[in-house]
Design a protein around this ligand. Structure first.
Ligand code: PMP
Length: 437
């Protein structure tokens, strides 16, 4: 058992530490769809960890690849030399990426991938002699990690207000959540694409030749699963193309099968210039991110066969051998088990289950896309987040892990989930909703 003394040094500002210290919830093992808690209970993973364990937990193929690689070549400097697995992985990623993508930069997380993408976008314009393009446009309620670039373009004011001016020249599009209009919409909302016109307004306001890039999550995840209306992403693409602005998709959540396609870019049929990924790349097992760019972007940094244009960027762990081995084994698992197709096949069943919760106490909206879902609750007056957090605690007692963000329950199970396990998630949520105040 865990004593308060065991917990004294650990600091995770994101979590309500004091509350956690009074009531520690510990995970000690995991297998496939389940965690084991320190009190010996099986906990069904309704969130794929933090939207990352897409192939389920402790998959032998992945863990064996990691231990094999750790015993063979544990580390190789990524500067001026390489090792085969990183090159193999980059090629493999380009094989599964949308056709127009050409090259991959490796990072160690979603946050690093976001900042990498923003740096690539800014440097790309300079490499082409368009140094006047310094503005970046994010979106309200966008989450792009915790590094300085990511919180600047991110649309969550509380995440950035403690840190001064951050990046300058950042503007934000309105978010795509239309209360009242989106209510209980199944899948992609039909209306609201005109929200993308706000980009035209921002472009006119600032002069298009000053704008470097627009970054959006194709589906905003961490702020409550906000699904863009039909045609919205296409419109963003059109406006960006018209003005020479790069479009960046942050696919940290949507990448690697979560929507039932390899990437959201495939799902929505929209071609971003840069794609930011992490999480599902290694099944969440080892930190790694990958940023995809088009050949045009890559080539802008090249002058003939030599790399002549300065662009200093790269990490000690870029393309780390163990992470590369984990990613290769993960991609093989996705392919062998057809997990992206599986997510697509299960999506209608998932949708039916989730929407059967309409009418249960406190529920004000339900949203779904691929194997992602959100159940939005009426907040308790004066105590926002309390009701959803009570649901989290009650679900934990009943052996189900959910995630809450504000008063929204967010769900994203591993793609290996069975129909019975979907039923179990829905049944547990139904009883939780009927038990909490
Ligand atoms: N972008 C998005 C869309 C995310 O959901 C996250 C993490 N939830 C990040 C970036 C940051 O990733 P990380 O926590 O790996 O830095």
């Amino acid at each position: 058992t865990v004593t308060p003394n065991d917990l004294r040094a650990f600091w995770m500002p994101f979590t309500a530490n004091r509350q956690f210290k009074q009531d520690p919830r510990m995970l000690v093992a995991a297998k496939d769809m389940h965690f084991t808690s320190s009190d010996g209970r099986e906990i069904l993973d309704g969130t794929a960890g933090l939207w990352c364990v897409n192939a389920g937990h402790c998959r032998p193929k992945i863990t064996e690849a990691i231990s094999r690689q750790a015993g063979e070549l544990d580390y190789a400097p990524a500067f001026q030399m390489g090792h085969p697995k990183a090159f193999e992985l980059a090629n493999r990623l380009i094989d599964i990426a949308p056709d127009h993508m050409g090259h991959v930069l490796f990072t160690n997380s979603g946050s690093e991938s976001v900042d990498t993408a923003l740096k690539v976008a800014l440097a790309y314009h300079r490499a082409r002699g368009e140094g006047s393009r310094f503005r970046l446009i994010g979106r309200e309620r966008g989450y792009h990690g915790v590094n300085f670039g990511g919180i600047s373009v991110g649309g969550i004011v509380t995440n950035r207000k403690m840190f001064g001016t951050l990046l300058t020249g950042v503007d934000h599009l309105p978010h795509t959540h239309l209360p009242g209009k989106n209510t209980f919409t199944r899948g992609v909302p039909e209306h609201g694409a005109d929200l993308a016109d706000e980009l035209s307004r921002i472009v006119t306001l600032h002069d298009p030749s000053t704008i470097a890039a627009v970054i959006v999550e194709p589906v905003a995840g961490s702020t409550g699963v906000l699904i863009p209306p039909k045609g919205y992403l296409q419109k963003l693409r059109e406006i960006c193309t018209q003005h020479g602005i790069l479009l960046i998709f942050d696919e940290v959540i949507t990448g690697y099968g979560r929507l039932g396609a390899a990437f959201a870019a495939d799902y929505f049929g929209v071609k971003p210039d840069i794609m930011v990924t992490a999480k599902g790349l290694t099944n969440g097992v080892i930190p790694m991110g990958a940023v995809f760019v088009t050949p045009e972007i890559h080539d802008a940094f090249m002058n003939g066969p030599e790399h002549l244009i300065e662009f200093f960027h790269g990490y000690t762990y870029s393309g780390n051998p163990i992470a590369s081995a984990a990613a290769l084994a993960t991609l093989e698992t996705y392919k062998e088990e057809g997990l992206f197709e599986r997510a697509s096949e299960l999506a209608p069943y998932w949708e039916e289950g989730l929407h059967s919760l309409k009418g249960e106490p406190h529920v004000t909206d339900i949203r779904n896309i691929g194997l992602v879902g959100a159940v939005e609750l009426e907040p308790i007056a004066g105590s926002p987040t309390k009701r959803a957090f009570s649901c989290f605690l009650r679900a934990w007692e009943k052996g189900l892990l959910i995630r809450t963000t504000g008063d929204i329950i967010a769900l994203s199970p591993p793609l290996i989930i069975s129909k019975d396990q979907i039923d179990q998630i829905i049944d547990t949520l139904r009883s939780v909703l009927n038990e909490v105040d």
